[in-house]
Design a protein. Structure first.
Length: 185
């Protein structure tokens, strides 16, 4: 079993994703102050912190984590499995209708909008989940399904149905999915 970043490190990077300038060596009291203030004032950040705490609890207290996941479902209207591995700098822009499956792996600095589903294509292969790279933005209503790889620095547009690999530095849009070339290339 590999050990990922600490909860402290994840929260620092998540605060940065919420456009707050936080030093790596911030003392614990100031970190908690920033986290609590932003949980109270920013609904989307509260959802990310709730997910991070849920993951931390899942390792030792799986039943309590299940209750907490259910609470997040009712509070924020999303279903993010505590078994999903999401890197630091996670940002949810609108919390409702997001589903992230149990074996999904998402790299650092992911930005996800509302209505996004990331998971398996079928009930017969529940662990065939996407592997998503760093610095990825997934737009409103996009569906990322199946055992696929999404490269680094990718944008998946709103309402895109993505069931095929996406190379690094690509912009994927539409249903069926196609790639756009950024201006200047």
């Amino acid at each position: 079993m590999t050990v990922g970043p600490s909860l402290r490190s994840l929260l620092i990077h998540d605060l940065r994703a919420a456009h707050l300038h936080v030093a790596d060596d911030i003392n614990t009291f100031m970190l908690l102050k920033h986290v609590v203030f932003n949980v109270i004032t920013r609904h989307y950040f509260a959802c990310v912190v709730h997910y991070r705490l849920n993951v931390a609890l899942h390792r030792r207290f799986p039943r309590l984590a299940a209750v907490m996941a259910q609470q997040r479902y009712y509070l924020f209207g999303n279903d993010i499995s505590p078994r999903a591995r999401i890197g630091p700098g996670f940002r949810i822009h609108h919390t409702s209708d997001i589903v992230i499956g149990r074996s999904v792996v998402i790299g650092s600095n992911a930005h996800i909008y509302n209505g996004v589903t990331i998971g398996s294509k079928s009930m017969q292969a529940p662990d065939d989940m996407p592997l998503i790279g760093n610095n990825v933005l997934i737009g409103t209503g996009a569906k990322v399904l199946g055992k696929i790889k999404i490269g680094d620095n990718v944008v998946i547009g709103a309402l895109t149905f993505c069931d095929k690999d996406v190379p690094a530095n690509a912009i994927a849009v539409g249903n069926p999915m196609r790639f756009l070339q950024p201006k200047g290339r």
